[in-house]
Every structure is written in structure tokens, then in C-alpha cells.
Design a protein around this ligand. Structure first.
Ligand code: SF4
Length: 176
């Protein structure tokens, strides 16, 4: 049987959604038999591959780097799943949105900093003016709320998708 090509991506998130994904315990073994994990934090692949069946996206879109990544992901994925409240609503990363980006960075990196104050510019992606949910940038096929979504909900989502069904999450997930 042809395996489903699965990718997982971590944009502006805390990794909690990926931790919840791994928290499926032994059920992950049954999932693993049906998928090839072709990209993700646990896979040694530098470039997002082509012809991905399902991509789980953790985190909001907060930087230029996130923006380019999610556009590539959309082009190369049949199904894009926003996993967790940050990807679905912006959640924690979007808390900075009412602030001016420059002022926020100065507050963090300069105000009251004793040693080598200065906003880093080299080797870090430029922040977008606002952190936004994934659906504001690209089409999302499924949104899975939760901070993080419980492991059993992620298992349900994957099990349904692997059977070729779009999961009905109406009674299975909640925000927060
Ligand atoms: S939804 Fe919650 S657990 Fe997931 S990345 Fe955001 S803050 Fe972390």
C-alpha cells in the first residue's frame, strides 16, 4: 500500500503542538506504518519536498521566513492542516500585534539591557508587522484548535485523513 507523505512544520509556535503529536504514545506506531514523514523538526531534510499529501502546520505566520515557507508548503501540499490555536487564530504570537514592532524590539533588546544592547538584525528573519493565522495567508483545508490540541484529537485527525476522510471535529476540539 502506498504510504501517505506527511510533513509537519513549526512556524511561530512553542513546539507544544508537536509535543502533543508525539504524545500519542503507542498509537503513533500504527500511524507510522501508514506514513512517510518527509519533512519536520525530527527529519533531516533542509528543503520542503514536493508532492506532500498532508502537512500539519504549528504556529502563526510571524516573519518573512514564515511567509515564504507557508507559501511553498501550500504549493507543494495537497492538504494543509492548521494545528493548534497559534496556527488557527494567531493566539500567543499575535499578542504583539497592538504594539509597534520597532518599539517592542527596543523594549526587549535595548531598554534596561546592561550588556551589548541592540536589536539583532543578522541571521534572524525580519518580523512581519503582525503575526497572523495561517488561513490569512494561504488556503487551509482543516483547522484543529487547542493549545495544544490533545493527542487523541490529533490521532483522530490523522486516522481520518489516512482513511481518505475529512474529519468532523465539531465535538472533538476546543480553543485553549
Ligand atoms: S497552540 Fe499553544 S501549544 Fe501550540 S504552538 Fe501555540 S502556544 Fe504552543
Amino acid at each position: 500500500m502506498k504510504k501517505v507523505r506527511l510533513a509537519t512544520v513549526w512556524l511561530d509556535g512553542c513546539s507544544g503542538c508537536h509535543m502533543s503529536l508525539l504524545d500519542m504514545d503507542e498509537a503513533i506506531l500504527a500511524v507510522a506504518k501508514k506514513v512517510d514523514v518527509v519533512y519536520g523538526p525530527l527529519v533531516d531534510a533542509q528543503e520542503f519536498p514536493k508532492a506532500v499529501d498532508v502537512t500539519l502546520v504549528e504556529g502563526a505566520v510571524s516573519s518573512q521566513d514564515d511567509l515564504e515557507k507557508i507559501r511553498t508548503i501550500r504549493l507543494r501540499s495537497k492538504l494543509v492542516v492548521a494545528l493548534g490555536d497559534c496556527a488557527v487564530t494567531g493566539n500567543v504570537p499575535a499578542m504583539r500585534n497592538p504594539l509597534l514592532t520597532r518599539k517592542m524590539l527596543e523594549r526587549i533588546y535595548i531598554d534596561g539591557v546592561q550588556q551589548t544592547p541592540g536589536v539583532p538584525h543578522e541571521g534572524v528573519p525580519a518580523l512581519l508587522r503582525m503575526a497572523v493565522p495561517v488561513h490569512e495567508v494561504v488556503k487551509v483545508d482543516l483547522e484543529v484548535p487547542g493549545c495544544p490540541p490533545p493527542a487523541k484529537s490529533i490521532l483522530f485527525v490523522l486516522s481520518e485523513l489516512l482513511e481518505g476522510r475529512m474529519p468532523d471535529l465539531s465535538s472533538k476540539v476546543k480553543f485553549g
